[in-house]
Ligand binder design. Structure first.
Ligand code: ATP
Ligand code: MG
Length: 560
């Protein structure tokens, strides 16, 4: 019973399930296909490799790969690697692994904005030749100051009317590496009076004498995102360029660039709302700080909203895809409750996670009538409703551990678990009766002396007894020591902000306990279990003795 990353992404629902709800983007795509505006669907997911992917990115991944797959189309995984100062190959590798793990296949369509640097440069020369771009020699600060505000127009640069020849000369020399960082930029010549600040002669290229993770030292100039993105979309024949709402005001620039240059393809940019999740932050800048300031153990800390963190925590790709399906795609910005994500995780694990018995607060039990030193094996299903998950060997013996709070000296009314003189069934084992509780001088229960009912073995019960409660247990002789970590949200504030997020960090977001696990589970290669009556737990990929709580059994999630 082991499962690989590959199996995992296939488990659960098909990412291209045709029962996808019809959102406004899907409706638009169907319309475009029906009206022959497009012949096929080509989308892209364009991450910047400056951090790890988070659950918000998953929404965009599921949307882009999902809509294309629904129509037999294709999706590019395109790295938007135009800012070498902040980017890194390790992020490229992590992002690639995460998209694959989520269950999506880009085939041979893994691309980089940097693959197109030559073409982007040629298009810039074209813009200069047609008088649509100029080299500005103001400082970045002057450019910012003359840009105007939301209420006031900007003012023209003194370099705005340079001749085409002068612009071509300066730009080719920028490209040749003749100038230092900041000496010049290339700007689009649009309109400094435009009510849309994005159209006030945006910068298209800047000088950056830094090595790029892919192109090395070939380029001393790098194109800006707004200029690069639309051209890459056009070059790849993207039919629907899906992005988040904050780019709505950039759409006129997206369209302007493609209208000026000689491409024969101009995709529509369509915006949808970002995913926000309660009790977490999603901006990569803030996630970077959580890691850098050691508030978490790393990008893949199980408390992080990153795909890598969710994976370490035991969340399955199917649960994430289902979550993205349920939240849908709209134009309204909203924040989704954590319970929604946990519901999807629980629903998936209830179906797929084998059951195991683990005792986290052990109370020793001695069965006084069980042959001393004897152990027996009871065969039990890994999952009560999923026989295809197979069976396990449960080891039973005369020395057991049960959960301390499954015993009460003075039981409250309607108590169904163990008490002196009472009966209880041990899950997958026998019925036992408690004879005596041995206590320390200060009154604490130290050991229970019990008797087992010989003909009550689970699956072959002839005792006729009907104890009200069933509890979990482990056999002392074979139980394996484990560490379990239970998590609470990282923040106490449902909507932490860039301003306050380090002040609203929860102090006890991880609770560490020692426990004892039944041997079949300890020895199995299975990555996740339901620890019966406790919660869903996932084995740490780097430490077989460590289990992270993926999610509790029920929706008891009330942040303190
Ligand atoms: P962040 O603000 O976290 O740094 P970003 O938008 O700068 O995110 P990119 O790597 O540029 O990160 O994002 C790649 C794609 O994922 C973009 O198309 C972006 O719109 C989308 N995306 C990012 N965050 C979210 C989110 N919270 N919800 C939905 N889509 C998102
Ligand atoms: Mg970005």
């Amino acid at each position: 019973m082991s499962s690989t990353v590959e199996d995992e992404s296939k488990r659960g629902r098909d990412p291209a399930d045709s029962s996808e709800p019809r959102d406004f983007i899907r409706a638009r795509i169907v319309e475009d296909l029906e009206q022959n505006t497009v012949a096929t669907v080509v989308t892209r997911f364009p991450p910047e490799p400056n951090g790890y992917l988070h659950i918000g990115h998953a929404k965009s991944i599921c949307l882009n790969f999902g809509v294309a797959a629904e129509h037999g189309g294709q999706t590019y995984l395109r790295f938007d690697d135009t800012n070498p100062v902040k980017e890194d190959q390790s992020f490229v590798d992590a992002i690639t692994a995460d998209v694959a793990w989520l269950g999506f296949d880009w085939g041979d369509r893994l691309t980089h904005a940097s693959d197109y640097f030559d073409q982007l440069y040629e298009f810039a020369l074209e813009l200069i030749r047609t008088g649509k771009a100029y080299v500005d020699s103001q400082s970045m600060e002057q450019i910012r100051e003359t840009r105007g505000t939301l209420t006031e127009p900007g003012s023209d640069s003194p370099y705005r009317d340079r001749t085409v020849e002068e612009n071509l000369d300066l730009f080719t020399r920028m490209r040749a590496g003749e100038f230092e960082d900041g000496a010049h930029v290339l700007r689009a010549k649009i309109d400094m009076q435009s009510p849309n600040v994005n159209l006030r002669d945006p910068v298209l290229y800047r000088i950056r004498k830094v090595s790029h993770q892919r192109t090395g030292d070939r380029w001393p100039i790098y194109p800006m995102y707004d200029y690069t993105h639309c051209i890459c979309d056009a070059l790849e024949g993207i039919t629907h360029s899906l992005c988040t709402l904050e780019f709505e005001d950039h759409r006129p620039l997206y369209d302007w660039v493609l209208d000026q240059i000689s491409t024969n393809w101009h995709p529509p940019q369509i915006e949808f709302s970002r995913l926000g999740l309660e009790y977490t932050v999603m901006s990569k800048r803030l996630l970077h700080r959580l890691v850098a300031e050691a508030h978490v153990a790393g990008w893949d800390d199980p408390r992080m909203p990153t795909i890598a963190g969710l994976r370490r925590r035991g969340v399955t790709p199917a649960a994430i895809r289902e979550f993205c399906r349920r939240i849908g795609v709209t134009k309204q910005n909203n924040t989704v409750e954590m319970q929604m994500l946990e519901f999807c995780i629980r629903q998936d694990l209830d179906r797929t996670a084998p059951r195991a018995m683990a005792v986290l607060d052990p109370l020793p039990v001695t069965l006084t009538n069980y042959p001393e030193g004897q152990l027996e094996t009871i065969v039990a299903p890994w999952h009560p409703q999923q026989p295809e998950l197979g069976e396990k060997d449960v080891v039973f013996g005369g020395e057991l551990f049960i959960e301390r709070d499954d015993f009460a000296l003075e039981p409250p009314p309607k108590w169904k678990r163990l008490t002196v003189g009472g009966l209880v069934r041990l899950r997958n084992g026998y019925i036992i009766r408690c004879v005596e509780a041995e206590r320390s001088p200060d009154g604490e229960v130290q050991n229970l002396r019990c008797e087992y009912v010989e003909n009550s073995r689970s699956g072959a019960d002839e005792s006729g007894l009907k104890p009200k409660g069933v509890i979990h247990w482990v056999a002392a002789a074979r139980a394996v020591a484990i560490e379990v970590r239970d998590y609470e949200p990282l923040f106490t504030d449902p909507a932490p902000t860039a301003g306050n997020f380090t002040e609203v960090l929860r102090e006890d977001s991880v609770r560490v306990r020692r426990g004892l696990l039944e041997p079949a589970a300890a020895e199995s290669g299975e990555p996740r279990f339901q620890f019966e009556r406790i919660g869903y737990y996932a084995r740490d990929p780097d430490d077989r003795g460590l289990f992270h709580r993926t999610v509790s059994l029920r929706d008891s999630w009330k942040p303190k």
